[in-house]
Design a protein around this ligand. Structure first.
Ligand code: SAM
Length: 178
């Protein structure tokens, strides 16, 4: 079985956009408990690295790093473990909420921005970036930034994402390079 409901979401997203291919290199930000890694491996990805603040049980052959992505030392570690530039950067990172609406909001958008900057920094041309976001979130700036660097940027809500949740995924494909 899959370790998370989130597995079904990435499964649908990949069915629609098709980025899990043999030979693809994938980085998964906020990978615990490992559901997205399971789907990637099941679809033939063999070069993949996940990172999370929390420990994750192995998902062979993925490399898993227990670290804070916002730590400056993390991005180079990810590339080193992957052994080269990624074709796909995924982020399902969600900060722990503190209950203060604006603070929580800024933290969510902050993580999306960091994921997007990282993707733009490291992706191979033609690559893709996926990030969990929330409807009504202040993501206009990051979307504008992504539109400059990718051919196509869309919002996608998989069926596995509850209709009553404001969760929505940003999917950027066709990275144009820096
Ligand atoms: N996609 C995962 C799966 O299918 O199993 C589920 C991910 S879960 C919704 C979000 C994860 O983001 C949590 O495990 C959390 O620890 C992680 N996270 C949040 N902030 C992070 C950070 N700064 N660095 C690394 N991981 C982070």
């Amino acid at each position: 079985g899959y370790r998370s409901r989130a597995a079904f979401k990435i499964s649908e997203i990949d069915e629609k956009f098709g980025f899990f291919k043999k030979g693809a290199r994938v980085i998964d930000l906020g990978c615990a408990p490992g559901g997205w890694l399971q789907i990637a491996v099941e679809r033939g990805v063999t070069q993949l690295v996940g990172v999370d603040l929390l420990p994750v049980d192995p998902v062979a052959p993925a490399h898993i790093l227990e670290m804070d992505f916002t730590d400056n030392a993390c991005p180079p570690r990810l590339i080193e473990l992957l052994g080269g530039a990624p074709d796909v950067v995924l982020s399902d990172m969600a900060p722990n909420t503190v209950g203060h609406r604006e603070t929580d909001h800024l933290r969510i958008v902050g993580l999306i921005e960091m994921g997007a900057e990282f993707a733009i920094e490291v992706l191979k041309p033609g690559g893709a970036f996926v990030a969990k976001a929330f409807q009504g979130g202040e993501t206009a700036d990051v979307i504008a930034r992504l539109k400059k660097n990718f051919d196509r940027v869309v919002h996608y809500k998989p069926k596995a994402s509850r209709a009553d949740s404001s969760e929505v995924f940003l999917v950027a494909t066709g990275f144009r390079g820096r």
